[in-house]
Design a protein around this ligand. Structure first.
Ligand code: SF4
Length: 345
């Protein structure tokens, strides 16, 4: 029996006490959750307090990005990344704001051509504990480092979140309830899994976290080459789905994020720009994130920054909100698309 199964037989308030204790970065064992009865503490004392074990930490040269290689109970490994950024606008004593990038699967079955994780193949889905414990691991790391806190969570690490739907949904709800992370501070990114996208619209328990789509080309043939999982009718589906998305998530802060990595000579010409403008204009509230590509495959080359700036201007002139992502951690292969556990393979 695992901890989740054991807790199912416990009253709701006891489950709350256990999760509150697990999310408290000052506690290091079930025994320290003093709100629990001695009996219950005895019963659960052999369940692992943390289901992930750090085996390697790498820090970028500027010190702002840390990548952790974590070992799971069956010996599999995953990577997760902490990114710190100075934010002087706010008044919190610690001027750093921290974003963590979490993995959702061991490896990934989607095999996107530009992604190091895709080359690893798929091993298995991560459990709820393994998802939550990546957060708890960084929470503890920050508490020891400088008393900082996790400000944002992005599900953009290894794996496709919507292929691990139930566990991801449960972990998101736990982050919001016990991690005190606002739903607008969490972003789930998908390469566009149609059944999962349909399910999250129909599912009343799916939390209203931010949604991002890895787009990378609005021309079907080019996207299919980059992302073999691209379904033939995906863009027609997306246009229809976006209406349902906006009808369900009505807040003005809720938008569809479109992620676009720039691959020189592949998806960065005027034809692609036109196609993006045409598609994005049919999707309601969108924000477009232009991403400098970090090569890992030896196949692709990132576009010049001038091209990203030109796209940004043209897209803004067309009325879109557009950002160019500040890439962090390239020197330790911690940037977008670079995660591959290569220290041990
Ligand atoms: S980009 Fe995301 S979905 Fe595609 S192979 Fe990499 S981890 Fe999987």
């Amino acid at each position: 029996m695992n901890l989740k199964e054991l807790l199912q037989n416990q009253p709701r308030y006891k489950q709350d006490q256990i999760w509150q204790g697990k999310f408290d970065s000052h506690l290091n064992s079930y025994d320290q959750i003093t709100t629990l009865s001695k009996d219950l503490r005895e019963k659960i004392k052999d369940f692992p307090w943390l289901s992930v074990k750090p085996i390697l930490l790498q820090k970028s040269k500027d010190g702002n990005t840390v990548k952790a290689l974590l070992e799971l109970s069956d010996g599999q490994t995953i990577e997760t990344v902490l990114m710190g950024r100075v934010n002087k606008r706010e008044t919190r004593e610690n001027e750093f704001r921290y974003t963590i990038c979490l993995s959702t699967q061991v490896g990934c079955p989607m095999n996107c051509a530009f992604c190091a994780t895709g080359k690893m193949g798929f091993k298995r889905n991560l459990s709820v504990d393994e998802l939550v414990d990546q957060y708890r691991f960084w929470q503890r790391h920050l508490a020891e480092k400088d008393g900082g806190e996790v400000d944002n969570i992005v599900l953009m690490g290894q794996g496709e979140p919507l292929l691990n739907y139930d566990n991801v949904k449960e972990a998101l709800n736990l982050f919001i309830k016990y991690g005190k992370i606002g739903q607008s501070k969490i972003t789930m990114s998908t390469c566009g899994v149609i059944p999962g996208m349909k399910k999250m619209i129909e599912d009343s328990d799916f939390p209203p976290v931010r949604f991002a789509l890895s787009l990378h080309s609005a021309i079907p043939e080019i996207r299919k080459k980059l992302m073999p999982s691209h379904a033939d009718n995906f863009f027609e589906f997306l246009i229809d789905w976006s209406k349902q998305y906006h009808a369900k998530f009505t807040s003005r802060t809720q938008f569809i994020g479109l992620e676009y990595s720039f691959l020189s000579g592949i998806n960065d010409d005027d034809k692609n720009l036109k196609a993006l403008i045409k598609l994005a204009s049919k999707l309601g509230r969108v924000r477009i994130n232009l991403i400098p590509y970090n090569d890992t495959t030896g196949i692709f080359v990132g576009s010049d920054m001038e091209i990203l700036k030109k796209w940004q201007k043209k897209l803004m002139d067309s009325g879109f909100t557009v950002t160019i992502r500040l890439s962090q951690g390239q020197d330790i292969a911690a940037a977008c698309g670079q995660l591959r556990n290569d220290q041990i393979s």
